[in-house]
Ligand binder design. Structure first.
Ligand SMILES: [Zn+2]
Length: 169
């Protein structure tokens, strides 16, 4: 089946029926992140409870499968496949925002440091930054980028504190 020739409505129906998911969309050259956003979180489910900040260019949110407490992602709203594709204005804005969020995560979570990585690769990706806290009981170093993932659990107090500091309503 050539998914690229289908309409958005037809694609939505296949997703709802469980016949296709992110992998199939990716293989067909359709960005799952954009598809999900344009169709009310149809693919990944409602993430409004994990949202920390939003403006016309970016979304900043707790990831659903974090590698550490306080693991946050910042994603562009517009589609770019990786950092090499973004224009200088978006580049400047996202790193200034990342710096602010990293400091807030460090304070709110009592992390010793916060790591930043972006490693979009492959035929279909949506540019995003990952901010991963490293705590005092953890060793320094790049192994922090591959800490085992676990299911996100809401810490309402910290969520609200970060939202307040980022002026997110
Ligand atoms: Zn995209």
């Amino acid at each position: 089946m050539d998914l690229k020739s289908l309409s958005n409505e037809e694609l939505k129906e296949l997703v709802i029926k469980g016949e296709i998911g992110a992998a199939e969309l990716t293989d067909a050259g359709i960005c799952p992140t954009c598809f999900n956003r344009e169709n009310g979180n149809i693919l990944y489910g409602d993430d409004t409870g994990r949202m920390l900040y939003e403006d016309e260019d970016f979304e900043c949110f707790f990831v659903g499968n974090p590698r550490a407490d306080g693991h946050v992602a910042i994603s562009t709203k517009k589609h770019f496949k990786d950092m090499m594709e973004i224009d200088d204005e978006i580049c400047t804005k996202i790193f200034v925002l990342a710096k602010k969020v990293m400091n807030l995560i460090k304070d709110t979570y009592g992390a010793e440091s916060v790591y930043l990585c972006t490693m979009c690769d492959g035929p279909m990706n949506h540019f995003h930054l990952q901010l991963i806290p490293r705590y005092s009981f953890e060793k320094r170093g790049s192994k922090n980028f591959v800490k085992p993932r676990f299911e996100y659990k809401e810490d309402t107090e910290k969520l609200n504190e970060l939202r307040k500091k980022l002026d997110y309503k």
